[in-house]
Design a protein around this ligand. Structure first.
Ligand code: ASP
Ligand code: MG
Length: 415
C-alpha cells in the first residue's frame, strides 16, 4: 500500500462529468489499496472569470481580498470532487488551504509556501479517507488567505507530496505527457518517457506550459518524482499505481538512455530592443542595464556588435514582450545619458531553444544547429547558452521552419 498524491488540472475538473472521470481515477487507486491525497485546480476558465470580476469591482483591488475571491474556484472543485467520491461510496473529505494548513508568506497573489502541516491530514488518510485539497491557496500571516500565482496548483501538489514524504506526485492533465516539441507544430513529436528536472525547468520556462516552473524547482529540491499523465483516458483502462503512461520528471541519474538533445522549445513571448550607435567604451552597458533592472525589467539575451569604427557599436537585447513598452520608455528617458543614435523595438521575433543534459558531455551541438539554420536561410539575431541549452532569436516568420528542422536534425522525429 502506498500513499499517492494526485493532482487534477482545470480541464480535468471542467464540469461535473469531468469531475466524475477524475473521481474514477481516484477510485481505481483506492480500490488497489492506496491512500490518496488529491489536489484540484479550479474549473478551467473559472480563475480568469474571478480575476475579471475583481478588476471590474476595482482596478486597484486590495490584494488580500483579491486572494479571497480568486482562491474560491478551487474551494468549489474540492467540495464537488469530495461529493462525487462520496456518492461512489468512497470516504472523502475536503481540506481548504487554511484547514491543512498550507502556510505561505504574505506575497499576496504570488505567495510562496513556507510549510505544509500534515498531522491532521495524515490521520484522515490513515482512516482511509481520501483528502481533497484545493490547489493554489494557502494561509498567510495574520490568518489571511493567499494564492500562489497562476498555475500554482502544480506547486501545491508537489509541496504536499514533499510534506507527506511520498516519492511520486501524479499530475493529471489534458495532455498525456511532455513531448520533444509542440506536436501542433511538428506532428512527428514524440512523448518522452522520462525527462530530467533541469530539462523540464528549461522547457517549462521556455513556453512548454504543462507544469508551473516553480513546481519543478520544488520537485527537484525535494526529489519528488512528477508523473505528467492524461486524465482523459478512461480510468478503468489504466492499471493502478502504474508509472507507464505519461512522462516522468525525475533525476538525471534515473534516465538510462540519455539523448544529447531531449527537446526543442520555443516562445513568442520575446521582444527585441536595439540601440543604434552607442559609445564603445567602459560603463555604457551598466548605464543601459542598471536602470532596466531598477525598473524590474528582466533582460534575457544580449548581443553587442564589434564596432566598425572603434567608437560606436549597436547593442541588441531581449525582454518579455509584455515589457517592451516599459523598456523603451526607460531607455528614451536616458537618451542623453547613454548617448545613442536610434532606439528600435520589435515583437516580431521568437526564441527557439535546443535543450538536453547530454550537451554537457557532447561538443558540436551548437555548430550543427547554426549550420542547419544557415542552410534554411534563417538569420540568427541573438544567441544565449547555458550548460544544457542553446537559444537563438530569429524572425517570427521562420519559427515553425526552425523548430521542424531542428527536431529532425537531432533525431527526434518519430519513425
Ligand atoms: N486556478 C489557478 C489558475 O488558473 C491555479 C491552477 O489552476 O493551477 O491559475
Ligand atoms: Mg496548469
Amino acid at each position: 500500500m502506498a500513499l499517492l498524491v494526485m493532482k487534477f488540472g482545470g480541464t480535468s475538473v471542467a464540469d461535473i462529468e469531468r469531475i466524475r472521470i477524475a473521481a474514477g481515477h481516484v477510485k481505481r487507486e483506492v480500490d488497489a489499496g492506496h491512500q490518496c491525497a488529491v489536489v484540484v485546480s479550479a474549473m478551467s476558465g473559472q480563475t480568469n472569470q474571478l480575476i475579471e470580476w475583481v478588476n471590474e469591482a476595482s482596478p486597484k483591488a486590495d490584494p488580500h481580498e483579491y486572494d479571497t475571491v480568486v482562491s474560491s474556484g478551487e474551494q468549489v472543485t474540492s467540495g464537488l470532487l469530495a461529493i462525487v467520491l462520496q456518492s461512489m461510496g468512497i470516504a472523502a473529505r475536503s481540506w481548504q488551504g487554511w484547514q491543512v494548513p498550507v502556510f505561505t508568506d504574505d506575497a499576496h497573489s504570488s505567495a510562496r509556501i513556507i510549510d505544509v502541516k500534515t498531522e491532521e491530514l495524515k490521520s484522515s488518510l490513515e482512516a482511509n479517507e481520501v483528502a481533497v485539497v484545493p490547489g493554489f491557496q494557502g494561509l498567510g500571516p495574520h490568518n489571511r488567505i493567499t494564492t500562489l500565482g497562476r498555475g500554482g496548483s502544480d506547486t501545491s501538489a508537489v509541496a504536499l507530496a514533499a510534506a507527506l514524504g511520498t516519492e511520486r506526485c501524479d499530475i493529471y492533465t489534458d495532455v498525456d505527457g511532455i513531448y520533444t516539441t509542440d506536436p501542433r507544430v511538428v506532428p512527428q513529436a514524440q512523448r518522452l518517457d522520462k525527462i530530467s528536472y533541469e530539462e523540464m525547468l528549461e522547457m517549462a520556462s521556455l513556453g512548454a506550459k504543462v507544469l508551473q516552473t516553480r513546481s519543478v524547482q520544488l520537485a527537484m529540491v525535494h526529489q519528488v518524482r512528477v508523473l505528467v499523465r492524461s486524465s482523459f483516458e478512461p480510468p478503468d483502462e489504466v492499471p493502478a499505481g502504474e508509472e507507464g503512461a505519461g512522462t516522468l520528471v525525475c533525476d538525471e541519474d534515473e534516465i538510462v538512455e540519455q539523448q544529447v538533445v531531449s527537446g526543442i522549445a520555443y516562445t513568442k513571448d520575446e521582444a527585441k530592443v536595439t540601440l543604434i550607435k552607442v559609445a564603445d567604451k567602459p560603463g555604457v552597458a551598466a548605464r543601459v542595464f542598471g536602470p532596466l533592472a531598477e525598473a524590474r525589467i528582466n533582460v534575457d539575451m544580449i548581443v553587442q556588435n564589434v564596432s566598425a569604427d572603434d567608437r560606436t557599436t549597436d547593442m541588441t537585447f531581449t525582454v518579455a514582450a509584455a515589457e517592451l513598452d516599459k523598456a523603451l520608455d526607460v531607455l528614451k528617458g536616458l537618451k542623453d545619458d547613454i548617448g545613442y543614435a536610434d532606439l528600435r523595438g520589435s515583437t516580431d521575433v521568437v526564441k527557439v531553444s535546443v535543450i538536453g543534459v547530454g550537451m554537457r558531455s557532447h561538443a558540436g551541438v551548437a555548430a550543427q544547429m547554426f549550420k542547419a539554420l544557415a542552410e534554411k536561410g534563417i538569420n540568427i539575431e541573438a544567441i544565449s547558452t547555458s550548460e544544457i541549452k542553446i537559444s537563438i532569436l530569429i524572425d517570427a516568420a521562420y519559427a515553425e521552419l526552425a523548430v521542424r528542422s531542428l527536431h529532425s536534425l537531432y533525431g527526434l522525429d518519430s519513425a
